[in-house]
Design a protein around this ligand. Sequence first.
Ligand code: SF4
Length: 212
Amino acid sequence: MLKINEIFYSIQGESSFAGYPCVFIRLAGCNLRCSYCDTRYAYDEGDEISIDSIMHTVKEYNCRRIEITGGEPLLQEETVNLARKLLNNQYQVLIETNGSKNINVLPDGVIRIMDVKCTGSGENDKMDWENLNRLNFRDEVKFVLASRKDYDEAKQVIQKYNLIGRSKVLLSPVEGMLPIANLAGWILNDSLEVRLQPQLHKIVWPEETKGR
Ligand code: SF4
């Protein structure tokens, strides 16, 4: 059984899959409390649902791409079994994780989209830094930045772990805190080979209060 906050079908808003249709399985519970979190509703609310029942629900959507998200999906041990079952049923499986838990528990074939928390999140001391060494070319690393200080930190981490070329690197501004044009200018000025990442779903549905 997994504690599920919601299952829904939408446009992928982030990562290099932004713009593609995707079924989202949002797991309840998170071990962090980021200052800019837009999915606080997933901290506690959720129902216990079996993997078979989840499979039945996702099958109803005509979509082969599934993202497991949260909250923090790796807090629940059964997440690994859900990912394996989805892969065995020929789904493309993405997982969004906050970087605080060992990503190598996931089966091969899962595309891991991992946050690196900067100081502005208030949670950067919770990172499992060894995860940066566990990334492969399929994976994506996402920095959500609230300030120039966060940007400079991200650059240091990118350099220290030689991330460019090893995996995809995404930089996103915190909405309302860092104008995206500022971030674009810094990236261009530094000739940084990273992807600037607006939250596409918030452009499509700006009135939605939920993080989708
Ligand atoms: S890790 Fe994600 S879900 Fe958890 S508090 Fe941070 S932004 Fe929110």
